[in-house]
Design a protein around this ligand. Sequence first.
Ligand SMILES: Cc1ncc(C[n+]2csc(CCOP(=O)(O)OP(=O)(O)O)c2C)c(N)n1
Length: 418
Amino acid sequence: MAKKQNQSNIVNSLNKLHVPQPTARPDEFNDFSNLNIPNVEQAECPAIDTNPHEMRGLAYGLIRVLDDDGNAAGNWNSTIEPHVLVKGLKDMLVTRMFDERMQMMHRVGKISFYMKSTGEEAISVAHAAAINFADMVFPSYRNQGILIARGYSLVDMMCQCLSNARDNCKGRQLPIMYSWKKGNFFSISGNLATQFSQAVGWAMAEAQQGGGRVASAFVGEGSTAELDFHSALTFATAFSPPVILNITNNQWAISSNQVVAGGEKTTFAARGIGFGLPSLRVDGNDFLAVYAATKWAAARARAGLGATVIEYFTYRVAPHSSSDDPSAYRPKNEPDFWPLGDPIDRLKTHLINLNQWSETQHETLIEDIKTEMKQNYKQAESYGTLKSGDRPDVTTMFEDVYEDMPLNLLRQRQEMGL
Ligand SMILES: Cc1ncc(C[n+]2csc(CCOP(=O)(O)OP(=O)(O)O)c2C)c(N)n1
């Protein structure tokens, strides 16, 4: 009888599908006490030519440099010139305030869509500071901080969001899907994870031509479930191209918690281990840690040692996009409890500890950026908004795809009387 009972228990559990759940839903509480946050001393910093199998622990730990008091320590701590850190602080602030401004413009109907990167600014800005301008970035839609760190014109960014006559994408892309050829910033794609295979292919070509530049691609943790992610890693391991494969784990893929992409059982950095790739898991809200990990991966790529996978552990403070309401799927105050703090506050405290910054300088900088943002916006708006003013000419939709326009398009253009 007991044996029969056991057998039926096994059958029942075999028939039971495990549906992973986030730690808390809207009317529950999540203080992230389930997370294991190691101290800054814990992570080893291996030589760049270390066999990936010997450094597997780094995919399960967390590389941190800034401690809870804003002081830098540990094996990944290196000397960074204060002017690099001050520029980083400024770029992160500009990114955050640009996001605020554009979100406001969406509220009043002047742009059709927006995506903020609040809380994730250090990932883009420190990464951009640690690679060369000539290196080719294949960004996600939450890497506007890279454009800002590389000095792209805020007016041009705004014109793209406003879909106006000066939008360099001619209104063919969603707002925020920027493209900046001269800035080595590959066009953003709405199709998740395609940037990974494109970056690996680009890096393979670069290696073949002996160019010496590195490619760097970004996806969110949710996008690691896409097949492009896996085929990119296969080519990245087989051909050892100079590429950095970055995964921003901000805990949420729209309303799907990271557990749905497999984060309950292992880390996202650990995806690289099965491919034999060196894999780092980094505190994404720590400017110095992001900088150090990126430098390490870029040095490895430039030395001909191949690809590195980096997971940035962070939190998506803002809604997924202007079309999203996170109160439907996560506790309203969940962002307040993220244990790794705010990247801007942490770098600011660090600079103040170094006597390289002050509260007064910080306040002045914020006021200056506000003024600059207003002036830039006025200029961008003068070229048109979604509501008024000039738009890209409708005839341009037939251009830029084919060198010789095929007959069917010629006919369609004629039908429009153009
Ligand atoms: C191939 C594909 N599937 C689905 C979508 C719809 N979609 C857009 S963003 C998104 C969530 C992505 O989450 P994640 O990769 O974690 O990045 P995050 O938005 O958090 O930065 C989804 C499912 C899409 N754009 N492309």
